[in-house]
Design a binder for this molecule. Sequence first.
Ligand SMILES: Cc1cc2nc3c(=O)[nH]c(=O)nc-3n(C[C@H](O)[C@H](O)[C@H](O)COP(=O)(O)OP(=O)(O)OC[C@H]3O[C@@H](n4cnc5c(N)ncnc54)[C@H](O)[C@@H]3O)c2cc1C
Length: 398
Amino acid sequence: MATTHDVAVIGLGGMGSAAAHHLAARGLRVLGLDRNGPAHDRGSSHGGSRVIRQAYFEHPDYVPLLLRSYGLWERLSRDADADLLTITGGLMIGPAGSRTVAGTRASADRWGLPYEELDAADIRRRFPAFTPGPEDVGVHEARAGFVRPEAAVAAHLRLAARDGADLRFGEPALSWAPTPGGGFRVTTPAGTHTAGRIVLCPGAWAPGLLADLGLPLTVERQVQYWFAPRGGTGPFLPGRHPVFVWEDAEGTQVYGFPAYEGPDGGVKTAFFRRGTACDPDALDRAVHPEEVDAIAAHLAPRVPDLPGRFLRGAACMYTTTPDQHFVVAAHPDHPGAVVACGFSGHGFKFVPVIGEILADLAATGTTRHPIALFDPRRPALRGGPAAPVPPDPNEVAP
Ligand SMILES: Cc1cc2nc3c(=O)[nH]c(=O)nc-3n(C[C@H](O)[C@H](O)[C@H](O)COP(=O)(O)OP(=O)(O)OC[C@H]3O[C@@H](n4cnc5c(N)ncnc54)[C@H](O)[C@@H]3O)c2cc1C
């Protein structure tokens, strides 16, 4: 059935559900389409939890977006009457010069964010589940914690529908194109829809739906693991145990959460960015014994009680750019189209603010938020260098 709307949002996962909410809240007539069901486990936004933090080792330019995102997480939790954000404190661990530790400290210094520096003995004393080596130090950020992906998507969809959005699931966009009179046409198995603007948030399906942009995206299978810790969840309960990211001397990062599902829910952990290239339509969802053995062996010298009995695993997908920064912009060739993809395994904490940015771009063509780092024409996406990270303002010059 053909429909006409102000804005069509393609993909109602993390980013698209937020965009649909922000657009509908502004009074626009929104059509939302998703190939899957609401708040599903087929894409990149499932597994019960996502780390959120403000001191951002990936690049300090993310910090203003994070500050806005925290405010929007609180507002969304209130408006949807949902428990979406839990502050547990976060510990970034590794050698002092590692990206995880030095980058976190540098972005906190640049923006005046509070943090504590811990040496290995401090870490063992404060968080007894960790057994850092003498070379390991930590940066503790009290404002870090986790958010709830499925509940957040469901909350954004609920609010969008309340404000009149026409949300359709199990209806994939097969193609989209500008129409001669302005606006866009979206073809689905159910018919053709038209809309004045289009917002494209296809997650792991971006290489297909946004092929015309020629972005060098890699879709990666990434596994989340839940273990029953040896000796029980006691030392891992929220209040005693933080979210953490731990980088080793080779640059491998592993991360984990407190036991937020209670005494029987186990503890969730995963490698950060150690995935394998995959096809989103043929994702291997089985979690294999050798994968479980590999993460258990990596954790054993660091968080020895965590990898006790393996409870379950879930495969998920990253859509990664060469510089691991997002793609969020008006489409360079079609200004009425807005694209959001390439979230490179660290996008969920930004979901509410990306929704606001996408709504800004679709409704007005511009945004007050700083998104230059996410330009689809940036050199790093054309074989050039990544955007430089500014020096730590507290670092003493040699
Ligand atoms: C294992 C794992 C751990 C992560 N940990 C963290 C973390 O701790 N902190 C953090 O901030 N981020 C984390 N992330 C990253 C974060 O979850 C993602 O960046 C985010 O979920 C991406 O959202 P998205 O909207 O781009 O994708 P999705 O939520 O997958 O949404 C894309 C949607 O588009 C739909 N779609 C695709 N093609 C079409 C089409 N043609 N027509 C209609 N619909 C279509 C899909 O069905 C899907 O619903 C993690 C990701 C994974 C996989």
